[in-house]
Write a protein that binds this ligand. Structure first.
Ligand code: PLP
Length: 390
C-alpha cells in the first residue's frame, strides 16, 4: 500500500469528522428525547418487559418500515431465532444463508438445531447471489410429496432462506423471493443492519414472510441491546409475541405456560431509548448519506473502490466500506489507520471458515472469499459537528 495514499485517506477521514481524537467505526448519538423518556420510564417503575414504551416502539417501528406488525425482542440474534422458529425451522432442517455475515446469522440457525448451507454472495450487493441460489436448488434438491424442498445429499428439508442486507446495502431481495417461492422455502430477511434502507420503494425486511432488525449499540439507531421481528401475518405476529414472552397464557394471576417459550421480550427501558432514537432516524440517515457521498467523491479519484448503493436501492450506509486491490494492501491500510487513531476493520471471517461451521455445505463460493480479502469498513458515525450545525 502506498503510504502517501494511506496518509491522505486518514487526513480525509479526519477532515470529515473534524477531530484529532480517536475516530471509532460507529458510535451512537443521543441528542433527542432519550433522557426524558428514560426518566419517564424510571418514574413509572415499568423498566422491565411490561410497559407502554415497548408497545409504542413496536407501533412506531411497524409504521416506519410499513409492516403490519412489529414485535420487539432482546436483540437481533434472538429475533432471528424466533423468526426461524415461526416458519417451522426445526432440528436437522437446513437453512440457506450466506457466508459473508455476522456470526449471529448462523448462530440463530444453530439455536434451532438446523444446519446452515452457505450460498455465495454478489460483489455488487454483498448479499446472497440469487442466480447461484437458484442453481444450487436446481442441482441439489428435489421436491417431496409433502410439497417441501429436500437436499438430495442428505434428504434434509430446506425450510428457510436467510439473505442479509450487508452494511445496510439491500441485496436483490425480489429475485431471491421469487426463487424461494418456486421451491416453497420460507424467506426470512436478516435486516439487522439495514433500518432505513429501501429496495424498489419497499423497506428492507418487509419482503420476506418475516424480517428482523437489530438495535445493538453499533447500529444506526440503538436501544442499548434490542431487536425487532416484523411481519404482515397476524398469526405469526401473535405467535412471535407469545413465544418471546415465555409462552405465558394471559391471566390476571395464574402462571400457566403452554410450551417452552423464551424470555426474549425487549425491556421497557430499552424501548424508551428506541422511541427517542426512532424520532431522529431520518435525520441520522440524511447525515450518514452526506458522509457516504463525500467518501464516494473522494475515493473516485483513488485506486480504492468505494462500495456504493446498488441500483434501484436507497441504502442507509450504516457502515461504509472500501475494497482494496488485494489482502496485502488491505492489511497495510488496516495497520496504518488503526495505529493512527482511526478505527477501521476488515469484514468478518467467512462463517464457513469458523471451526463450528467448517463442515457445513457451501455453494460456489467465489465472490465471498474475494471480498473477505479486500473489504475494509471505515468510520461511519453520524457526524456530531454537522448534526449540531443542523
Ligand atoms: C447481519 C447481522 N445479523 C444479526 C445480528 C445480530 O444482532 P444482535 O447483535 O442485536 O444480536 C447482527 C448484528 O449485530 C448483524 O449485523
Amino acid at each position: 500500500m502506498n503510504n502517501d495514499l494511506c496518509t491522505d485517506i486518514i487526513h480525509k477521514i479526519r477532515s470529515l469528522f473534524r477531530t484529532k481524537e480517536y475516530i471509532p467505526l460507529h458510535a451512537p448519538i443521543f441528542s433527542g428525547n432519550e433522557k426524558k423518556y428514560l426518566n419517564d420510564c424510571i418514574d413509572s417503575g415499568y423498566v422491565s418487559s411490561v410497559g407502554e414504551y415497548v408497545n409504542k416502539f413496536e407501533r412506531m417501528f411497524g409504521s416506519y418500515v410499513k409492516s403490519r406488525f412489529a414485535v420487539a425482542a432482546v436483540n437481533g440474534t434472538a429475533a432471528l431465532q424466533v423468526a426461524l422458529r415461526l416458519v417451522g425451522v426445526g432440528q436437522d432442517d437446513e437453512v440457506l444463508t450466506q457466508p459473508l455475515s455476522f456470526i449471529g446469522t448462523a448462530n440463530a440457525i444453530s439455536y434451532c438445531g438446523a444446519k446452515p448451507v452457505f450460498i455465495d454472495v454478489e460483489k455488487t450487493t454483498l448479499g446472497m447471489d440469487p442466480q447461484k441460489l437458484q442453481e444450487f436448488l436446481k442441482k441439489n434438491t428435489y421436491m417431496g410429496d409433502d410439497g417441501r424442498c429436500y437436499n438430495k445429499k442428505n434428504n434434509r428439508p430446506i425450510t428457510a432462506c436467510v439473505p442479509v442486507h450487508i452494511f445496510g446495502h439491500p441485496c436483490r431481495i425480489d429475485m431471491i423471493q421469487a426463487v424461494c417461492n418456486d421451491y416453497n422455502i420460507a424467506l426470512i430477511e436478516d435486516a439487522a443492519e439495514s433500518i432505513g434502507s429501501i429496495y424498489k420503494q419497499k423497506h428492507t425486511g418487509t419482503f420476506g414472510i418475516v424480517g428482523i432488525f437489530s438495535f445493538n449499540g453499533n447500529k444506526t439507531i440503538t436501544t442499548g441491546g434490542g431487536g425487532m421481528i416484523v411481519t404482515d401475518d397476524e398469526n405469526l405476529a401473535k405467535r412471535a409475541k407469545h413465544i418471546t414472552t415465555t409462552a405465558k397464557l394471559p391471566h390476571a394471576w395464574e402462571y400457566i405456560h403452554d410450551e417452552i417459550g423464551f424470555n426474549y421480550r425487549m425491556p421497557n427501558i430499552n424501548a424508551a431509548l428506541g422511541c427517542a432514537q426512532l424520532e431522529l432516524l431520518d435525520k441520522y440517515l440524511a447525515n450518514k448519506r452526506k458522509l457516504a457521498l463525500s467518501y464516494k467523491d473522494y475515493f473516485a479519484d483513488t485506486p480504492v473502490e468505494f462500495v456504493g448503493e446498488p441500483p434501484a436501492c436507497r441504502s442507509n450506509y450504516w457502515l461504509n466500506a472500501v475494497i482494496f486491490k488485494d489482502r496485502q494492501e488491505r492489511d497495510a491500510f488496516l495497520k496504518m489507520t488503526n495505529e493512527n487513531g482511526v478505527m477501521t476493520r476488515p469484514c468478518w471471517r467467512l462463517l464457513n471458515k469458523l471451526a463450528m461451521y467448517s463442515r457445513c455445505e457451501t455453494f460456489c463460493l467465489e465472490a465471498a472469499p474475494w471480498l473477505e480479502d479486500r473489504i475494509v469498513n471505515i468510520p461511519s458515525s453520524v457526524r456530531a459537528a454537522e448534526w449540531e450545525a443542523g
